[in-house]
Design a binder for this molecule. Sequence first.
Ligand code: IYR
Length: 222
Amino acid sequence: MATFRQIPYDGYVEYPVQEMKKRAAEFYADVKRRRTIRDFSDRPVAREIIENCLRAAATAPNGANFQPWHFAVVESPSVKREIRRSAEKEEKEFYGGRAPEEWLRALEPLGTDESKPFLETAPYLIAIFSESYVLREDGSKRTNYYAKESVGIASGILITALQCCGLATLTHTPSPMNFLNQLLKRPPNEKPFLLLVAGYPAENVRIPALTKKPLEQISSFI
Ligand code: IYR
C-alpha cells in the first residue's frame, strides 16, 4: 500500500509559557460550565453551527485514519417523534425491571425515568454511529481498528464544540438502541454509539447538584 506524502506541519502554534497557563485555566473554567440538561427549549438552531461542530468532531484522532463514524443529524419532527416513541418503549422496559436493581439504584439520585420529551423538543438529535468494519467490494470485511475509542474521542470533541458555541447537550443512551439503524436507515456495519441531544436549555432549567472528583483522586504524577 502507498504511504502518505509527508508535508510540513504548519498548523502548530506555540504560546509563551505564561500564555499556556492562562489558556489552560481559561479552558478549564469554560469547559467546567458544561452540564447535561434534560429539559430543552424548542428554539431553532442554525444548521451551519451544527455542521461546523461535526467538522470539528471529525478531526478526532482515530485508528489508521479510517474515520469510523457517522453522524445522523435529525431535524425532522416526524423522525424525532418516532425516535422518542422507540426510545421510551425501550426505557420503559429498562426502568420497569430489565435493568439490574443495582443500576436502577445508581440512577435514583439523578431522578431519570422513561419519559423522554426532550427527544421531540430539542431542535437537533445527533445519532452517532460507530462503524466497526467496512465491506470491501468482494464482500470481505475490513476491520476498523479502535472504532469505539475513536468515536468516543470524536463524541467528546463534538460535545465540547457544541458547548463552545453556546449550545447545551444531553448524552442519551436508550438501551438497547438498535432501533436507530432502522429509523435512520443506517447499514448493519454501523452500531449506534450515542444519541446526542443539542439545543438551548429550557427556561429555568434545573440540574442536580453534582460535584467532580478532585484532581488528587483522579490523577497521579509519577
Ligand atoms: N438510558 C437510561 C438510563 C441512564 C443510564 C445512565 I449510566 C445515566 O447516567 C442516565 C440514564 C436513560 O437515558 O434514562
